[in-house]
Design a protein around this ligand. Structure first.
Ligand code: SAH
Ligand code: MG
Length: 208
């Protein structure tokens, strides 16, 4: 069945986030195609926009999604920064906290039996990871260090035929930060992946 955004069990516009509809559709399709190969893992869930696409595809195909996020926000989400959202600020702890909103999204999208939140930094979550993955979606921190950690931590767990997706690919530095593009170039040069057509700012590869 062709994907229709209106078939999702939640109004996607109602979820705070950083993902275009065409990118969401591409995530849905990639997660559908790889569902038989192993679970999907996402780094960087925020309020769950991308998770709804990945999770809905997984649910339809009897698969699961691991959703890794410390929910403390990236650099740009911190108090005083460009993408700070005061509704996601825990004033008692004086820290960002998107986890409550993320859980609400999972509940409203009927994905609590499909998505496994891992509330931890990517590197910590990866430390003893040994589950082969059908798909990895990297959309976490945008510092060079964070992006490199994510690539090194997760790309090697993708099974042959599985998909690596990296968000926020901007070949022109005037359009955006270069860290995701740097790991995109690493993946391309690694010899481990076949490049698939990029969708908007979503880079895609198949593990060969
Ligand atoms: N995919 C989301 C947007 C993610 S924003 C969407 O579709 O809207 C980036 C997220 O990465 C933030 O929620 C932030 O908390 C998380 N993040 C940043 N660095 C991280 C790290 N090192 N480990 C885990 N999560 C991280
Ligand atoms: Mg992003």
């Amino acid at each position: 069945m062709p994907f229709k955004i209106t078939d999702l069990p939640i109004n996607i516009e109602s979820i705070k986030g950083f993902l275009a509809d065409d990118e969401g559709q591409a995530l849905f399709e990639a997660a559908s195609h790889t569902a038989a190969l192993g679970p999907t893992l996402e780094v960087g869930s925020y309020c769950g926009k991308s998770t709804v696409f990945l999770g809905s595809a997984a649910k339809q195909n009897n698969n699961i999604v691991y959703a890794v996020d410390h929910h403390r926000g990236s650099e740009e989400h911190q108090l005083g920064e460009e993408y700070h959202d005061s509704e996601l600020f825990d004033s008692q702890a004086q820290l960002m906290d998107s986890f409550r909103t993320f859980r609400r999204t999972l509940r409203n999208a009927e994905l609590e039996e499909t998505v496994i939140p891992i509330v931890a930094a990517s590197q910590l979550a990866s430390r003893h990871w040994s589950i082969p993955l059908g798909m990895v979606f990297i959309d976490g921190g945008h510092s060079m260090e964070a992006a490199m950690i994510d690539y090194r931590a997760w790309a090697n767990h993708i099974v042959v035929g599985g998909i690596l997706a990296i968000h926020d690919i901007f070949p022109d530095p005037n359009d955006g930060g270069q860290a995701p593009y740097t790991i995109w170039k690493l993946a391309k040069a690694s010899g481990l992946f076949e490049e698939l057509p990029t969708v908007n700012t979503l880079g895609l590869f198949r593990r060969i």
